[in-house]
Design a protein around this ligand. Structure first.
Ligand code: FES
Length: 119
């Protein structure tokens, strides 16, 4: 499921802060775990897609996965969601940044983005 996370941080401008809108995906894994990742590709910053069908991935991204993946249309990096966003194809240097999630009752709240910048 896609979402947009509003991240505010301190900045040296008249307002004293800056706000970014960061697109993300929240995914329920086959294990039942819930994970969330920024959609900003760690390679050069394009917005990647959720690709459920391995056949579609092999046609569009030159890689046939075993299950749903994140895949970037710019330079064809593919990330294995079930392996913590591991890069399984393409030039990306590392997995996408993950969001910290907090469960409140039967709902999940996106709390923060992994440190280190947005890409
Ligand atoms: S920007 Fe995503 S693979 Fe290059």
């Amino acid at each position: 499921m896609p979402f947009v996370f509003k991240q505010s941080y301190i900045e040296y401008n008249p307002e004293g802060k800056e706000t970014r809108m960061i697109p993300g995906f929240i995914v329920k894994l086959p294990t039942g775990d819930i994970v969330a990742y920024s959609r900003i590709c760690p390679h050069l910053g394009c917005i990647f897609n959720f690709v459920k069908d391995p056949v579609e991935c092999s046609k569009g991204y030159n890689f046939k996965p075993n299950g749903p993946v994140f895949a970037c249309p710019c330079h064809l990096s593919v990330y294995d969601i079930a392996q913590g966003g591991k890069v399984v194809s393409g030039p990306a240097p590392r997995p996408p940044r993950h969001f910290d999630i907090k469960k409140e009752g039967d709902q999940y709240k996106i709390v923060s983005l992994e440190a280190g910048g947005i890409a």
